[in-house]
Design a protein around this ligand. Structure first.
Ligand code: SIN
Length: 479
């Protein structure tokens, strides 16, 4: 038994227990085997969680910021002390390699640390009115009860990236983790209880199917905010529901990241960055490069070097401890990736490496590089969410920028150039909430993560992250 799973003993179902509508089996994507079963939440359970968050709201908002900060700091320290244990559970339900699971737990813990420091730095403002007859006080206040809906690709980091700023700001939350990977979120919630987070401040629910309960929770008067990470389609659905109640929203939705390799790029840096960005979480991230636009002068060398690097990665069959490539989350995701690749090949793309879902258990797909991809190929139109790098050549930079911006998504764009000024100048022309110049990994608890256009609303992390959970109250005074 995995130690972290032991802690969830009260939540897990044995054998056939709950073998009805209220049971959710959780699978190991590297083998396809069920690893645990957990009870799902009814609509009433979800509304009870909202009530609990509502009852706890006043006390938590009134708790001294230092106290809130110290509890979050303890969460950071405990999470790091239990890093290996949590990573083992995370890996089991998500299928990412152990090194990445450990990295994700550290990344998640860092949001606790960052927001423990932010909890005591929430500032208001006092101004004099222009006429000079009064003082304008602007007081920060917690938004209130937040519903936070998180995806399966980062089962620890995405819940913590939402919970930590909410708690730092004095909000209470109801968290709905992804049904494919709920165990890590429950494990983090259990840890938070041990670190002193009071009852009712963080409430987990697992409604399955989720829509009816989500609609009911968002209709509850106590809920004042919804924060979601996931697809653009679901984000739009939640925004429509939020509009009915004029809720605050934070939306971290899909991307379709361009990765532009300019003619003056340093080949090693470009390849290293492409592999790091593309292969993190086996390509299942919204920040993964989806479309690699490479200047024709270096396209051949880049494609060869990228293919060699991708082909050399160790795929994690049979839970190999030193694996560098994990499994996709489900057979459906693997088949979707396979379908995109075969569609691209039918359209004239060439498989330079990979291009296959290996036989055997687990939902793996080989690291794949496609060359000669047509600029209008369907594989470039949306998130691949798998280990596939389609390379498109360009000869004219203006055209590369045009192709890069030709999407409704605008989360992140990558630019590779040996001349920083050149890279930054191109970066300024790219429509994205984040730009990486000569870097493959940008995620950082101290940086504002988020997109423009349909990629989302708001920012997570950084100084901006806590603002998502604060209202500003104007108090007019006459001293
Ligand atoms: C994602 O949402 O897929 C990426 C998350 C991150 O890098 O923080």
């Amino acid at each position: 038994m995995i130690a972290a799973l032991d802690r969830l003993a009260g939540l897990l179902l044995d054998g056939d227990a709950g073998a009805d509508d209220h049971r959710l089996d959780v699978f190991d994507p590297t083998t396809g085997e069920a690893i645990a079963a957990i009870a799902t939440s009814s609509v009433d359970d979800c509304l009870a969680a909202v009530e609990a968050a509502s009852h706890a709201a006043r006390g938590w908002a009134d708790a001294p910021p230092r106290e809130r900060g110290e509890i979050l700091r303890r969460c950071y320290e405990t999470m790091m002390a239990e890093q290996a244990e949590i990573a083992t559970l995370l890996q089991l339900e998500n299928g990412k390699p152990m090194a990445e699971a450990l990295g994700e737990v550290a990344y998640a813990a860092d949001f606790f640390r960052w927001f423990s420091e932010e909890a005591v730095r929430i500032a208001g403002e006092v101004r004099r009115s222009p006429i000079g007859d009064k003082r304008i006080m602007v007081l920060p206040e917690p938004v209130g009860v937040s519903l936070q809906i998180t995806p399966w690709n980062f089962p620890a980091a995405m819940p913590v990236r939402k919970i930590a700023p909410a708690l730092a700001a004095g909000c209470t939350t109801v968290v709905k983790p992804a049904p494919a990977t709920p165990l890590t979120a429950y494990c983090v919630a259990e840890l938070m209880g041990r670190c002193g987070v009071p009852e009712g401040v963080v409430n987990l629910v697992l409604p399955e199917p989720p829509n009816e309960a989500t609609v009911a929770m968002l209709a509850h008067r106590a809920v004042r905010k919804v924060s979601f990470t996931g697809s653009i389609a679901v984000g739009k659905h939640l925004l429509r529901l939020a509009a009915d109640r004029v809720l605050r929203t934070s939306m971290e939705l899909g991307g379709n990241a361009p990765f532009v390799v300019l003619a003056d790029a340093d080949l090693d840096v470009a390849v290293r960055s492409a592999v790091a960005a593309k292969m993190r979480n086996t390509g299942a991230t919204c920040v993964a490069p989806n479309r690699l636009y490479v200047h024709e002068r270096i396209a051949h060398d880049f494609t060869e070097a990228l293919s060699a690097a991708m082909a050399g990665l160790a795929v994690g069959y049979d839970r190999q401890p030193d694996a560098e490539v994990g499994a996709l989350i489900s057979p459906g995701e693997r088949d979707k990736v396979a379908g995109l690749v075969s569609g691209a090949v039918d359209g004239g793309a060439k498989v330079v490496t990979g291009g296959r879902a290996p036989d055997g258990g687990g939902y793996f797909y080989e690291p794949t590089v496609l060359a000669d991809v047509a600029p209008d190929a369907p594989i470039l139109a949306g998130e691949i969410f798998g280990p596939v790098a389609p390379v498109v050549r360009f000869s004219d930079e203006a055209r590369a920028v045009e192709m890069a911006n030709d999407t409704d998504a605008g989360l992140i764009a990558y630019v590779m150039s040996g001349d920083m000024g050149h890279g930054l100048a191109i970066g300024e022309q790219l429509d994205a909430g984040m730009v990486a110049v000569n870097r493959g990994i940008i995620s950082d608890a101290s940086a504002p993560f988020g997109g423009v256009k349909e990629s989302g609303i708001g920012r997570e992390g950084g100084f901006e992250g806590i603002e998502e959970y604060l209202e500003r109250k104007y108090v007019a005074t006459d001293w």
